[in-house]
Design a protein around this ligand. Structure first.
Ligand code: THU
Length: 160
């Protein structure tokens, strides 16, 4: 018997001014699309902005449904849209922001497990790491250099 430990690493920025200029622009776009999320059931709005290597930006917000599981998270709305519109492009960066209509989110809000698995699929497909930034409405902004920090021991095609 033995134990293993797996380290993951994040960079923590204290405010929007600390992050690179291009990422700031993406965060502003993610905030704008977040505000237009369709979230009448949870009142929790999420926005995602993807930067592709062809310079295109693809946006997404969460889309809810009266049959709750039929809704979809912002990250997957955006990444599936990117996969559909630009199947040849490499996703360089994803910027995520989340806010509640009921209270102020002050901690970084990471992508849910299903979104992590979906992002992993694209990172593996393109064989290039995706930078992931995530934040709440205020407070720190976390950056991961790869999805792998968010989902160690991920299930992937090599296991099929
Ligand atoms: N949500 C996202 O859009 N992304 C996540 O990673 C976590 C959750 C959405 C789904 C649902 O519309 C609302 O937030 C509350 O769970």
């Amino acid at each position: 018997m033995k134990k293993i430990s797996i380290n993951t690493e994040f960079t923590v920025f204290e405010n929007i001014q600390e992050i690179p200029q291009k990422t700031q622009e993406l965060l502003e776009l993610a905030i704008a699309i977040r505000k237009k999320a369709y979230a009448p059931y949870s009142n929790f709005r999420v926005g995602a902005a993807l930067l592709l290597d062809n310079g295109k930006v693809v946006l997404g917000s969460n889309q809810e449904n009266a049959a709750y599981p039929s809704g979809l998270c912002a990250e997957r709305v955006a990444i599936f849209q990117a996969g559909a519109l630009y199947p040849e492009a490499i996703i360089k960066m994803i910027v995520i922001t989340a806010a509640s209509d009921q209270n102020t989110t002050t901690t970084p809000i990471p992508p849910c497990g299903a979104c992590r698995q979906s992002i992993a699929e694209y990172e593996i497909r393109q064989n290039t790491d995706i930078e992931i930034y995530f934040t709440g409405e205020t407070g720190d902004i976390y950056k991961s250099d790869s999805l792998k920090n968010l989902l160690p021991l991920l299930f992937n095609k090599n296991m099929l």
